[in-house]
Design a protein around this ligand. Structure first.
Ligand code: ASP
Length: 341
C-alpha cells in the first residue's frame, strides 16, 4: 500500500514561530525541517513535504499575487500529492480560503488551511494540534478517494467549508465560525465527518484560474450616516462593484436620493450588492419595504454568502466578465463552490 503524500505550504502568520534558543525571542522556523520541530508528524501514516515562502507574511499583507503564488504551488503539484495544507495567518484566512475555493473548481483533493492563535514555539500553542489534525484530514481517504474534496479551514477541533467562515475572535482558540453552514467534521477522540455536507468534485476536470480584479468598494451603513456623502464617495470611486452593508435581512434607510442614485447607475455603470451586517441568516430584500426599495432599484441580494466571500467572488467575477454586468449578476447568485445555500 502506498502511503499518502501531503504538501505543506507555509505562507506565514503566527503559527510558524519558534523561540530562538539563544536570544529567546520568536522567529519564523525552517519549515523544510518541520518534522524536527514536531516529531509527532513522523507518527502520521503519510509523507509530508514542505514548501515555505522565502519571506513569510503577516496575513494582513495578503494580496492577489500571493493568492496566485499559493494557487500555482498547488496547481503545479496537484497530481503529485493526495492533499494540501496551507499554513496561513488567521486574520485573512477566510478571504484566502474563499479565493482558493473559486480558483480551484471541481477539486477531487483537499486543500486545508490552518494556523494558530499562539505560535508553535510557545508551550500552550494551539498550532500543534491544528497542524497535526489538518495534515491527518488532508491524507484521509474513503473507498480510495479523498474524503475532503474542497477548500476547508481546520481550527480548534472543527473543519469548516472555507468560504463559509468568518474570523470572530482575536483571542479565543476557536477563532472561526461558520454560521450559515454546518461543520464538515468535528474532532474529538475520533474525526467525525459530516458526509452529507461535503462537496465532491466527481469526475469533472479540474478548473484553475488565478486572476482577480480589485474594483470593489464596501460601504458600511449606520444610523446618522450622511447619505449625500455616501453618494459622492460612490460617484467618485472607480470601483464597479459597490457592496452595501445593510441592516438585518437587507434593509437601508429610506432615502429618495440614494434610491434614485442607485437606479440611475445600476443598469449600466455600477453593480450594487447587498450584504447584511448580521453574520448569520440571509439577505431577503423583499421582506421589508426598506429592502424592497433596493431590489426595485436594481440591487442584488447576497443571500447567505459571507462578506469575505462576496468581496472575493466579486473580484473573481469582475475579472472573468469585465464588460458583462448581466453575466456577473447571474454568476454572483449561482453556487460555484458551496458558498451559497
Ligand atoms: N496577524 C497574524 C496573521 O494573520 C495573526 C495570526 O496569524 O493569527 O498573519
Amino acid at each position: 500500500m502506498t502511503i499518502p503524500k501531503v504538501l505543506l505550504i507555509y505562507t506565514g502568520g503566527t503559527i510558524g514561530m519558534i523561540e530562538d534558543p539563544i536570544v529567546k525571542s520568536l522567529k519564523p522556523f525552517n519549515f523544510n525541517q518541520i518534522t524536527n520541530e514536531i516529531p509527532e508528524l513522523n507518527k502520521l501514516n503519510c509523507q509530508i513535504d514542505a514548501l515555505a515562502f522565502q519571506n513569510p507574511i503577516d496575513s494582513s499583507n495578503i494580496n492577489f499575487e500571493i493568492w496566485t503564488q499559493i494557487g500555482d504551488d498547488i496547481f503545479r503539484n496537484y497530481d503529485e500529492y493526495d492533499g494540501f495544507v496551507v499554513l496561513h495567518g488567521t486574520d485573512t484566512m477566510s478571504y484566502t480560503a474563499s479565493a482558493l475555493s473559486l480558483m480551484f473548481q471541481n477539486l477531487s483533493k483537499p486543500i486545508i488551511l490552518t494556523g494558530s492563535q499562539l505560535p508553535l514555539g510557545q508551550v500552550r500553542t494551539d498550532g500543534k494540534e491544528n497542524l497535526i489534525t489538518a495534515i491527518e484530514i488532508a491524507s484521509m481517504k474513503r473507498n480510495k478517494k479523498a474524503i475532503i474534496q474542497e477548500v476547508a479551514i481546520y481550527f480548534e477541533n472543527q473543519l469548516f467549508r472555507g468560504n463559509r467562515t468568518t474570523k470572530v475572535s482575536a483571542d479565543h482558540f476557536d477563532a472561526f465560525k461558520s454560521y450559515n453552514y454546518p461543520t464538515l467534521a468535528d474532532v474529538g477522540v475520533e474525526i467525525n465527518f459530516n458526509y452529507s455536507h461535503l462537496l465532491s468534485g466527481g469526475s469533472k476536470e479540474l478548473y484553475y484560474k488565478n486572476k482577480f480584479d480589485p474594483g470593489v468598494l464596501v460601504v458600511f451603513f449606520y444610523p446618522g450616516i450622511v447619505v449625500k456623502s455616501v453618494i459622492e464617495i460612490i460617484k467618485n470611486s472607480s470601483s464597479k462593484v459597490i457592496v452595501l452593508m445593510s441592516y438585518g435581512s437587507g434593509n437601508l434607510p429610506t432615502d429618495k436620493n440614494l434610491i434614485q442614485f442607485i437606479k440611475s447607475q445600476a443598469n449600466s455603470k455600477k453593480i450594487f450588492l447587498n450584504v447584511s451586517q448580521c453574520i448569520a441568516g440571509k439577505v431577503e430584500q423583499e421582506k421589508y419595504e426598506t429592502g424592497l426599495n433596493l431590489k426595485k432599484a436594481g440591487v442584488v441580494g447576497s443571500l447567505d454568502m459571507t462578506l469575505e466571500l462576496v468581496i472575493v467572488k466579486s473580484m473573481f467575477l469582475l475579472n472573468k466578465y469585465p464588460f458583462d454586468n448581466l453575466k456577473f449578476k447571474e454568476n454572483f447568485v449561482t453556487n460555484i463552490a458551496g458558498e451559497l445555500s
